[in-house]
Design a protein around this ligand. Structure first.
Ligand code: 5GP
Ligand code: ZN
Length: 112
């Protein structure tokens, strides 16, 4: 059995606040939110990173489409931010690709 925490969430083995789900994509509330809206949009199937998932262009476009729609719903005209941390120096701490959707406050640049 997979030891991946997000695979377990997608399989319903670990509880999460699910805000969207279809055959291939699931979106949940982040456990440690960094903004008033902080969602994680991920594939049901396991890919380590965005670079790996990019082999399936339809999947990555589905991730961006769901994340953008949720960002628009939550951020409205004020906007939102999508973030995909990739690899250790990219700040990725969970090795199952996910798109952060952040909204509800002004974001700063550059990111840390
Ligand atoms: P990363 O650092 O890989 O870009 O993002 C991982 C995110 O997953 C973090 O924002 C962290 O708060 C969130 N996270 C880690 N474990 C869990 C969990 O068990 N449930 C939920 N909902 N979020 C988690
Ligand atoms: Zn996984």
């Amino acid at each position: 059995m997979s030891e991946c925490i997000f695979c377990k969430i997608a399989a319903g083995e670990i509880r999460a606040a699910v805000v969207y789900r279809d055959d291939r994509v699931i979106a949940i509330e982040d456990l440690n939110p960094q903004a008033p809206t902080h969602l994680l949009v991920m594939p049901v199937a396991h890919y380590d990173t965005l670079a790996d998932a990019a082999e399936d262009g339809r999947l990555t476009s589905a991730l961006v489409a769901v994340a953008s729609r949720l960002g628009r719903e939550r951020g409205g005209a004020r906007g939102f931010r999508l973030v995909v941390n990739t690899g250790p120096q990219g700040g990725q701490t969970v090795g199952h690709v996910h798109v952060h959707v952040l909204a509800g406050r002004a974001m700063t640049w550059p990111p840390g």
